[in-house]
Design a protein around this ligand. Structure first.
Ligand SMILES: NC(=O)c1ccc[n+]([C@@H]2O[C@H](COP(=O)([O-])OP(=O)(O)OC[C@H]3O[C@@H](n4cnc5c(N)ncnc54)[C@H](O)[C@@H]3O)[C@@H](O)[C@H]2O)c1
Length: 257
C-alpha cells in the first residue's frame, strides 16, 4: 500500500544543486517536503523554493556534499540521511554531465568516468538507499535522456549510460515491487540548463538547428521536467513503475533527428 501523502516528508535529490535537479527540489519544497540536496556543489540558489515554499524553506533544505561516482561518499550520504529520521519517500538521481567526443577519440578514462557518474551513480545510490526506501515504501526517479534512444554523434558513452539507466530502472522496478518501492525514469529532451548552455558557448551545438529538430520548436525549461519527476514521486503515480517518461517537446515521437 502506498504511504499517505502526509508521510512524504523527506526527499533526496542527487544532482540537486542546479538545473533540473534544483527544479525538482523546488517542486518538493513547495509541496511541503523537506529535501536533501546531495551534490558536488552547494545549491546554486540561496533559497531554491523562493517565495512559493510552504513553511520555512531554510529549515526544509539540507545540503550534503556527495560524489555520486564514489561508493563511500554515497553510502555516507545514506547514513546521514537515515540519521535525520525520515521517512525518506523519494530518491531522485539527477546528477550528470556530458563530454562530446568521437568514439575513436575516447580514452578508457573518459568512457569509465561517464559510465560511472551516470549508470554507476544511479546503481550505487539505489543500492545505498534500498533499506531506507523499503521502510517508507518510497519512490525513485532516475534521469535518462532522449540520447538513450536516438543516436547522435560524439555522445556514445552518455547515450550508452542513459540506455543502461532505462534498463536498470525496469529491472529494479520488478525487483523492488514486492517492497512497495516504485522505480521510474524521466528522459528529458533538450533542456535549458548549464549542461546545454556550456556546449552552445563552446560552439559544440547550434541552438537554432537543435530547435528545428524539436516539434514544439524550443528547449524545455527545468520546471517542465521537474513536473514529470514530481508526478512520478507522488501518490498520483501509485500504479506506475518501471517506466521511462520522455519529456522532450515531441522529439522521440517525431522519430527523426
Ligand atoms: N539539460 C539537458 O538537456 C538534459 C537532457 C537530457 C538529460 N539530462 C539529464 O538530466 C540530469 C540533470 O542535468 P542538468 O541539465 O540539470 O545538468 P546541470 O549541469 O545543470 O546539473 C547537474 C548537477 O549534477 C551535479 N553533479 C555532476 N557530477 C556529480 C557527481 N559526481 N556527484 C554529485 N553531483 C554531481 C552537478 O554539480 C550539477 O549540480 C542529468 O542526469 C542529465 O544527464 C539533461
Amino acid at each position: 500500500m502506498a504511504p499517505r501523502e502526509a508521510d512524504r516528508n523527506l526527499g533526496v535529490v542527487i544532482g540537486g544543486a542546479r538545473g533540473i535537479g534544483l527544479a525538482v527540489g523546488r517542486y518538493l519544497l513547495r509541496d511541503g517536503w523537506q529535501i536533501v540536496v546531495a551534490d558536488l556543489d552547494p545549491p546554486e540558489a540561496e533559497k531554491p523554493g523562493g517565495a512559493e515554499v510552504r513553511g520555512n524553506a531554510a529549515s526544509a533544505l539540507h545540503y550534503i556534499r556527495t560524489d555520486i561516482a564514489d561508493s563511500a561518499s554515497v553510502d555516507g550520504l545514506a547514513a546521514k540521511v537515515q540519521a535525520m529520521g525520515g521517512p525518506v519517500c523519494g530518491l531522485v538521481n539527477a546528477a550528470g554531465y556530458n563530454r562530446h567526443r568521437a568514439v575513436s577519440d575516447i580514452d578508457d578514462a573518459t568512457w569509465q568516468e561517464l559510465l560511472d557518474v551516470h549508470l554507476g551513480g544511479v546503481i550505487r545510490a539505489c543500492r545505498a538507499f534500498h533499506p531506507i526506501l523499503r521502510e517508507s515504501q518510497g519512490a525513485v526517479v532516475n534521469f535518462s535522456s532522449i540520447g538513450a534512444r536516438i543516436g547522435r554523434p560524439r555522445r556514445a558513452p552518455y547515450g550508452a549510460a542513459k540506455a543502461g539507466i532505462e534498463a536498470f530502472t525496469r529491472t529494479l522496478a520488478i525487483e523492488w515491487a514486492a517492497d512497495g518501492i516504485r522505480v521510474n525514469a524521466v528522459a528529458p529532451g533538450i533542456v535549458d540548463t548549464r549542461m546545454i548552455r556550456e556546449n552552445i558557448e563552446r560552439g559544440l551545438v547550434d541552438p537554432d538547428s537543435l530547435c528545428r529538430n524539436i516539434p514544439l520548436g524550443r528547449f524545455g525549461e527545468p520546471a517542465e521536467i521537474a513536473e514529470a519527476a514530481a508526478f512520478l514521486l507522488s501518490d498520483r503515480a501509485s500504479y506506475v513503475t518501471g517506466q521511462t517518461l520522455a519529456v522532450d517537446g515531441g522529439v522521440l515521437a517525431n522519430g527523426a533527428w
